[in-house]
Design a protein around this ligand. Structure first.
Ligand code: ZN
Length: 74
């Protein structure tokens, strides 16, 4: 798809790292599938993926984890 930020680049399939914070909990997700702009580098994470990230961050928060690094698994 065409990048909505720079309006010049085209996004391609790739992976990114997403950091989510909730209270004292920080969760770092690696290898998150994303569409990445080849021009400006903007990363687009799909709504479905985002939902999973939020749910997993919530789980870590409930467990009282301070910092956790996870490989994203769909
Ligand atoms: Zn762009």
């Amino acid at each position: 798809m065409k990048c909505a930020i720079c309006r010049h680049g085209i996004t391609t399939e790739g992976y990114t790292t997403v950091v989510l914070e909730r209270g004292q909990t920080t969760v770092v997700f690696k290898k998150v599938p994303a569409q990445i702009c080849d021009n400006c580098g903007e990363e687009y994470v799909s709504e479905a993926v985002n939902k999973v990230l939020l749910r997993q961050a919530q789980e870590q928060w409930e467990r009282g984890i301070i910092i956790e690094m996870l490989n994203f698994a769909a």
